[in-house]
Design a protein around this ligand. Structure first.
Ligand SMILES: [Zn+2]
Length: 492
């Protein structure tokens, strides 16, 4: 009888192994919707040298975000005049409006008002170059230097490359007399790097007031990377959501006095325990409910055999997959909200009890968690601790909603990316930083974050860092991508 059970078990295991193996071998990533045909974007005639010179010119306008109301706006005004002069065919075809004086909105009216518009975003402002980093730059960050088929300067990637490439693409089409069927709206904010309150927030309000509900919005935020942490190979990452951000301030009041006769708890012991409790608070880590599982599926042909086996047999291996991803910090951040105590302070003499102590705990929210929920749970964790209170150090920002990976607009972006960066499979991702696009979620059916550029680790270090630069190949690819996007998405 035992032998019979064992034999039966062995048979079952063999069948299971066969099934798992079959699913692994036959698994293919989900195909894009069939209704999208990308144009032949390699056929456009692009003069990349001339385009690079124009990007270099754009970098020379010192459009550093204006923090105070009395700062000089001239660089922005000059930049606006340059755009009109440099891209005359587009400026003749589209209507230009200003919002909060410095943000630009262009409407290139389509012949069919029944089609929801396409919304293309970029920002004019750049982060400053701090004086103490200036000497690390090999060039003047605002001189617009071109060297070795590479454009150097603040904004070379973030985000004058997008802005200039969008204008190059629109000018290319307008010059040929092409007109859109579907309206294309361009919004170029002037304060993205400081939150977008006067730019993107106001443009979104204006569009909402006009009853605009865009087909999709496209902004910066992700790109193709040469080495994806899960596969080691290239991957085009399209951001379908943005993480939220918040910092909890934990404050404890203690009894001040001399340390020779201490009470059972001091402000410091209280704040320490509160930080440990809040840090240890369980936070959901799952593949589902975020871009993680879809990203794994999309990258499955490039994964190692065991990872591919796990992805194609998720019903059986979800716990294993989760454990594997948890080993990798980048991957783990995709599974859930991250928590990091970053600051602690209180007291200044060894023999004096401090009256208070404070700590900061930084959160990056996954789309499944809300800031309000995290705060409520953190407060519950320390509810029994007298003298301890918890609140946001500044207003937190929730994660955005998630955009679709099965929409026609995602399929179009993916098809163009595959055409222009053929070695890179396209996968959805979660954007770590904030972009202007988060303000447009109510006026667009889907919001995507993608610059069609292929970056190595060292290229990415230039963004907000030193020696920011963009190769001619990436500039050309970006222009082709936007022409293709406008042609396929709005002109047929
Ligand atoms: Zn940016």
């Amino acid at each position: 009888m035992v032998r019979l059970i064992l034999a039966g078990l062995a048979l079952l295991l063999a069948a299971l192994a066969g099934f798992v193996g079959y699913r692994t071998m036959s698994f293919t990533p989900p195909p894009p919707p069939a209704d999208v045909a990308a144009p032949d974007a390699s056929a456009y005639e692009i003069d990349v040298n001339a385009a690079a010179e124009r990007l270099a010119q754009a970098i020379r306008f010192r459009t550093v975000s204006l923090v105070d109301a009395d700062e000089d706006r001239t660089p922005f005004m000059q930049f606006h005049a340059w755009m009109a002069e440099t891209y005359p065919a587009f400026h003749a075809a589209a209507k230009r409006e200003t919002v909060s004086d410095l943000t630009l909105v262009y409407t290139w009216e389509g012949s069919d008002p029944g089609q929801p518009p396409m919304l293309l975003l970029a920002h004019q402002d750049v982060v400053p170059v701090p004086d103490d980093t200036r000497e690390v730059w090999s060039v003047d960050p605002f001189a617009g230097v071109i060297r070795d088929e590479t454009i150097f300067g603040r904004g070379a990637i973030d985000d004058k490359a997008s802005l200039v490439a969008l204008l190059e693409a629109a000018e290319y089409l307008a010059k040929q007399g092409r007109r859109p069927v579907r309206t294309i709206i361009f919004a170029f904010g002037h304060d993205e790097e400081i939150g977008g309150d006067d730019g993107a927030v106001q443009v979104a309000a204006l569009l909402e007031q006009r009853g605009v509900r865009a087909w999709f919005a496209l902004d910066e935020g992700m790109a193709a990377i040469a080495e994806h942490p899960l596969t080691g190979g290239p991957a085009s990452m399209i951001g379908i959501a943005e993480r939220g951000f918040g910092t909890l301030r934990v404050h404890a009041i203690g009894e001040p006095g001399h340390s020779s006769m201490p009470p059972p708890e001091t402000a410091i012991s209280l704040v320490s325990e509160a930080v440990v409790r809040i840090h240890d608070m369980p936070i959901e880590q799952r593949l589902e409910g975020g871009p993680a599982i879809e990203m794994m599926r999309a990258l499955s042909p490039e994964l190692s055999f065991t990872n591919r086996m796990a992805v194609s047999n998720e019903w059986l291996f979800a716990p294993l997959l989760r454990a594997r991803m948890a080993e990798n910090r980048t991957a783990r951040a995709l599974l859930g909200t991250t928590v990091a105590p970053t600051v602690i302070g209180g007291g200044d003499r060894a023999n004096v009890l401090p009256a208070e102590a404070t700590a900061l705990i930084n959160y990056r929210f996954h789309p499944r968690d809300t800031a309000a929920d995290i705060l409520e749970r953190a407060r519950a964790e320390v509810a029994d601790m007298e003298g301890v209170d918890v609140d946001w150090a500044e207003p937190p920002r929730d994660a955005t909603g998630m955009s679709s990976t099965t929409s026609s607009s995602y399929a179009l972006l993916a098809a163009l990316s595959r055409e222009l960066i053929p070695d890179a499979p396209v996968a959805p991702g979660l954007v770590l930083a904030g972009t202007d696009s988060r303000h447009y979620s109510d006026v667009a059916e889907n919001v995507y974050r993608f610059q069609p550029m292929l970056f190595a680790e060292d290229d990415l270090a230039g963004i907000h860092g030193n020696d920011e630069h963009l190769g001619f190949d990436n500039l050309e690819r970006t222009i082709r991508f936007y022409i293709g996007l406008m042609e396929a998405g709005a002109m047929q």
